[in-house]
Write a protein that binds this ligand. Structure first.
Ligand SMILES: [Zn+2]
Ligand SMILES: [Zn+2]
Length: 271
């Protein structure tokens, strides 16, 4: 169970006990005494008693508050190092959203000028996908070992001659690349599946996930009566454009993962 001290929605420290969080808060932030709704019999958060006319500010939050819709974001300042004078920073990018404070704070250690922000936001499931959690944990474990200089006997030549600075830069690049893969706007983590769909007698292909969901690969708007198919329906006409037998005009906008899924489906069903 972790108690987080919050200042302006930013996590400033994490504590094992409420008492420790309260003392962490004492340094200039003021005390949070007003309890919020409870999760498992303990308040999910405490707010600082507002000055007259001000809104109450979130002061201490339990990580269990994610049950009530709180999410953590890993944010990093995008301004050149040292040049940001916004308080709070107004030039940040969000690298990840998750209900797991622990994992995001471990990533924050490898991303310079980053911090963990907390708030209630619409559900973005990507940061709680099992694949992200498993691969993310494996990566931070590896990076933690990687940035440390392994102890060795003085007379032995080092296996890894990189300086600590170079190690930190490499870890930063790996962390950011991993997060971009999972959270980038074109991110299709989880994989794209191509499904045949029967619309009347016409057999089209549809991408899953697909936005919007009623569009075939060829661009045809599928009717409400279409249904998933096996691709071997008797008497069905396979759409030439969906099945890649005719130039697709206009060319559908496929992301890299979608294009790969589509071409491998075509090759496998054509053989
Ligand atoms: Zn900034
Ligand atoms: Zn089609």
């Amino acid at each position: 169970m972790t108690y987080l001290v919050i200042d302006g929605a930013r996590v400033v420290s994490a504590h094992r006990t409420l008492a420790s969080a309260r003392s962490g808060e004492a340094q200039g932030l003021g005390h949070s005494t007003e309890p919020g709704p409870s999760v498992g019999g303990v308040p999910a958060w405490w707010v600082r008693t507002p000055q007259s006319g001000e809104v109450a500010e979130l002061g201490i939050l339990r990580t269990a508050a994610t049950e009530l819709g709180f999410r953590f974001e890993l944010r990093a300042c995008q301004a050149p190092a040292g040049s940001c004078n916004h308080r709070p920073c107004a030039a940040y990018a969000t690298w990840a959203v998750s209900s797991r404070y622990g994992l995001l704070s471990e990533f924050a250690a490898f991303v310079p000028l980053s911090w963990v922000w907390v708030g209630q936001r619409s559900d973005d499931p990507r940061g709680d996908a099992p694949q992200f959690l498993t691969e993310g944990q494996a990566l931070v474990d590896r990076l933690r070992a990687d940035v440390r200089q392994p102890p060795r006997a003085v007379e032995e030549p080092p296996n890894d001659t990189r300086t600590l600075e170079e190690r930190a830069q490499a870890a930063h690049a790996l962390a950011v690349r991993f997060l971009a893969r999972h959270f980038g706007p074109g991110s299709e983590a989880g994989g794209v599946v191509v499904r045949p769909v029967l619309d009347g007698q016409d057999l089209h292909l549809r991408l899953d996930p697909s936005i919007p969901s009623y569009l075939a690969v060829c661009g045809t708007a599928l009717s409400g009566g279409c249904r998933d198919a096996t691709g071997f329906e008797l008497g069905a006409r396979s759409c030439d454009r969906c099945f890649g037998r005719a130039p697709i005009v206009p060319s559908p906008v496929l992301g890299a993962a979608e294009y790969e899924a589509w071409t491998s489906y075509i090759h496998q069903s054509g053989s």
